[in-house]
Design a protein around this ligand. Sequence first.
Ligand code: G3I
Ligand code: 9MR
Length: 590
Amino acid sequence: MQLKIRLLKEIKSVLVYVLLLAPWACKAPEVDKDLPFHESIRLNQIGFYPDQQKIAVVVDSENAKDYIIWDIDKRAIVFEGELTEGVTRTLSGRTSRIADFSKFSQSGNYVFLLRGVGKSHPFQIRADVNQELGIASLKAFYYQRAGMEMEEAYAGIWARPLGHPDEEVMIHPSATSPGRNSGDLIASPKGWYDAGDYNKYVVNSGITVGTLLSLFEDHPDYFENLDLNIPESGDQVPDLLDEVRWNLDWMLTMQDPADGGVYHKLTTAKFEGMVAPHLAVSQRYVVAKSTTATFDFAAVMAQASRVYKAYFPEESVTYLKAAEKAWNWAKKNPDVLYRQNEMNDTYDPDVVTGTYGDGSAEDERIWAASELFVTTHNLSYWDELAGADQTYKLPSWNQVAWLGYYTLLRHQENISLLPKEWMSTLEINLISAARSQLEGLGNTGFRSPMETNPGNFIWGSNAVASNQGILLLYAYRQTKEQVFLSGALHNLDYILGRNATGYSYITGFGSKTPLHPHHRLAESRPDLPPLPGYIVGGPNPGQQDGCNYPSSFADESYTDETCSYASNEIAINWNAPFAYLANSLEALQK
Ligand code: G3I
Ligand code: 9MR
């Protein structure tokens, strides 16, 4: 009897053992090897923070239900779940269901597997999951440097000869002034190439530098020792500030010393071909001054004067003088808007490169006044702001008021002389704008603020997603409400793969990434993978480049083709907000 019971018990425990282990044992090969990657599963291809949300979206695949998270290293199932019942629709009408595995928080390397369908791209869960991405998004600026040889020590396989020294840039007839005649040559070296093209535009440099300096001001400790492996690494200055200085040095040369006005751009007359920088040698010009460029310059120099004071005290003084001189010019010339067609009617040669033309310089005035006020505490700049429009406007190259307002909020403790009510209006407007980004998020196909409005899909839509992320992070820092942090992460997830095309839109980061960006630096080296760390413009139903797109729906209007400058170009003003988002999230986790 005793023996029988013992035997029965043993059989039972063996049975339990077999029952427990069997599914593991026979599922392992299925999970790991046999199931193919499946496009219907969309998730962040880099990964997630242990304590934050983790969501995958499944499009179509109506019958699928159970999913597992498979640990690639341990070769084991570590989490199981079911897709939510709720079905939403993507912008193109496909069904979408989500898998929320936020509860799973173990660090590791994983793949998401949908039973009966397939597996996802691999991803990680890690406390510093966005660190390399953040660094690469800043290192991208180094690769954009004009007038510098890229040495192998810093550029690796992307080493290249020096191009565009810009020591002999011609004064275009639209840009003459006493002492500078048409055809004269000036030196205007350094700076970053704007984008896929090799020109240098002050307006776009402005928002780019402003965004990067704000990133530094918001997280100085994080950047104190962050190593970008650039030629200046190892000096006493944070690498981020060394990198930005390369462009500030150039911007300073764009100011006419005679009157303080700032040339709108430095450009060839026509876009160069898809050739390496040292082979793109057409004559470059500085072209017409503009109010927008000059106010943007004033804003950036005022901010730089503040930020660099501790590192380069002499430059700090130079920056402030340049800012004030620019401010005075722009105040005297409030309506000198850049109109390329009119310019071409009057002067030769015609200039047909990027315009960065803008109908109003009012937001640029607000930005400049804000930066100058915070740096100098001079109340005459406050007078400029007292009656200004305070409604929230998402930053873009032609809408920069809130770069200034973010700065006022960042420094509110030091500017207590401003009326409390006026300052709290800014704060209220910021927070309610952030809240409205989240409205309707749960009904979108891919669960991101970006998709709550099809109107977000413009040329450079990925910068819209990034700038929304920045707004949400500011709201988070003001309120400490988790929904805002979560919203910013949703847009990061969107950019990194949880979206309608299934691309991670960052070159070199993710499993399905752009391979043919409209980027002369990359396209002139077809033997190499594209330079890493760049965000491409992203879906844009305008499709202004006339390339073949796979779809006309807003969030699917993307094609990874070199010809597609309207959806697949890279640009400094898009990388900067993305770099802000990735690095600020990292800094916040620390
Ligand atoms: O202002 C309208 C807005 O009212 C409307 O709702 C929206 C709908 O699409 O369009 C808005 O105008 C757009 C404008 O950007 C402002 O966002 C135009 O359609 C669009 O064609 C225009 O695109 C600009 C593009 O140059 C062409 O001018 C991009 O913003 C700008 O980032 C891009 O910049 C180029 C440089 O010129 C040259 N270097 C490369 C760089 C990146 O592509
Ligand atoms: O390469 C140019 C890109 O940087 C600009 O964003 C884009 C729009 O201004 O123009 C691209 O240049 C194209 C030009 O406009 C038309 N001919 C083909 C050029 C691309 O090879």
